[in-house]
Design a protein around this ligand. Structure first.
Ligand SMILES: Cc1cc2nc3c(=O)[nH]c(=O)nc-3n(C[C@H](O)[C@H](O)[C@H](O)COP(=O)(O)OP(=O)(O)OC[C@H]3O[C@@H](n4cnc5c(N)ncnc54)[C@H](O)[C@@H]3O)c2cc1C
Length: 220
C-alpha cells in the first residue's frame, strides 16, 4: 500500500454502512512497480493464489451468515411471542408461525452446505499453489448460493416481525440483512456460481455418455 502509484481515492459505503475499520475503498494503481520481495509465491501464479484465498473466504462469509440467521430466528421468536396485536402474539397471526418454520428448514439446509464445503476444503492439499479439487469447488459454489438466500429469508422475517424497529440501527437486523444481500454479489455473483455448477453437471454427464454411449440416446 506504501508503493508509489497506489492511491486510496475514497472510502465507499455498502448499503449505507462504511464497514470501518476494514471497509471498502476505491483504489487507483498508476504505473505501480514492486520488487521481487513483494512476490508471495512463484511468478505467474497470482491467480491460483487468489483462487485459493477465495475458497475459504467464501466459506467464512457463509458460516458467519449461518450465525446471523440463528440470531435472527431467536429475535423473531422473542419479539413474535412478546408483542401482542389484535389480542394475540405476532407469531400466532397471519401465517407467521409457518414462515418461521420454513426459515428453520432453509437455515438447516444452508448449514449442511457449509459443513459439506468445510469438509471438502479440509481434504485439500495445503500447498499454497495447489488447486482446489472439483468437489471442493462444487461444494463451495453450492454453499455460496444457498446460504445468503436462507439468511435473507430469516432476516427478512425478523425485520418484518420487529416492525419499524427492525429497519432502524437500534437493532442489528438491518445491517445483517445488508450483509446477506451483499454476499449474493461479492466473491462472485450468484449467476457465476450457478454457471460453474451447471458446467460441472454437464461435464459429468458428458463423461458418463463416453463410458456408456447407449445411455441418453435421444431415440430412447
Ligand atoms: C462490498 C464489496 C466487497 C467485495 N469484496 C470482494 C472480495 O473480497 N474479493 C473479490 O474477489 N471480489 C470482491 N468484490 C467484487 C465482487 O465480486 C464483484 O462486484 C462481482 O463479481 C460483480 O462484478 P462487477 O461489480 O464488476 O459487476 P459486473 O461484472 O458488471 O456484473 C454485474 C451483474 O451481471 C450479472 N452477471 C455477471 N456475470 C454473469 C454471468 N456469467 N451470467 C449471468 N449474469 C452475470 C450478475 O447479476 C452480476 O451481479 C466485492 C464487491 C463489493 C461490492
Amino acid at each position: 500500500m506504501d508503493a508509489p502509484g497506489v492511491e486510496v481515492v475514497r472510502p465507499l459505503m455498502v448499503f449505507g454502512y462504511d464497514d470501518a475499520p476494514h471497509g471498502h475503498a476505491e483504489t487507483a494503481f498508476t504505473n505501480v512497480r514492486l520488487g521481487d520481495d513483494a512476490l508471495l509465491w512463484k511468478e505467474g501464479h497470482g491467480f491460483a493464489l487468489a483462487q485459493n484465498r477465495l475458497g475459504p473466504g467464501r466459506l467464512h462469509h457463509c458460516a458467519r451468515l449461518v450465525g446471523h440467521s440463528e440470531r435472527a430466528l431467536r429475535e423473531t421468536v422473542r419479539r413474535g411471542t412478546l408483542r401482542q396485536a389484535f389480542g394475540k402474539s405476532l407469531l400466532d397471526l397471519g401465517g407467521n408461525e409457518e414462515r418461521l418454520a420454513r426459515c428453520r428448514v432453509a437455515l438447516n439446509q444452508a448449514r449442511l452446505t457449509v459443513l459439506t464445503a468445510a469438509a471438502e476444503l479440509d481434504l485439500r492439499d495445503h500447498h499454497p499453489g495447489s488447486k482446489l479439487r472439483p468437489k471442493a469447488l462444487e461444494a463451495l459454489a453450492v454453499c455460496k448460493i444457498a446460504t445468503p438466500r436462507a439468511a435473507e429469508e430469516c432476516l427478512d422475517l425478523a425485520v418484518q416481525i420487529h416492525g419499524g424497529g427492525g429497519l432502524s440501527s437500534d437493532h442489528p437486523l438491518a445491517a445483517m440483512w445488508a450483509a446477506a444481500r451483499t454476499l449474493r454479489l461479492v466473491d462472485g455473483p450468484d449467476e457465476v456460481h450457478l454457471r460453474t455448477l451447471a458446467k460441472m453437471e454437464r461435464k459429468r454427464e458428458k463423461k458418463a455418455l463416453q463410458v456408456h454411449p447407449g445411455v441418453g440416446n435421444p431415440r430412447l
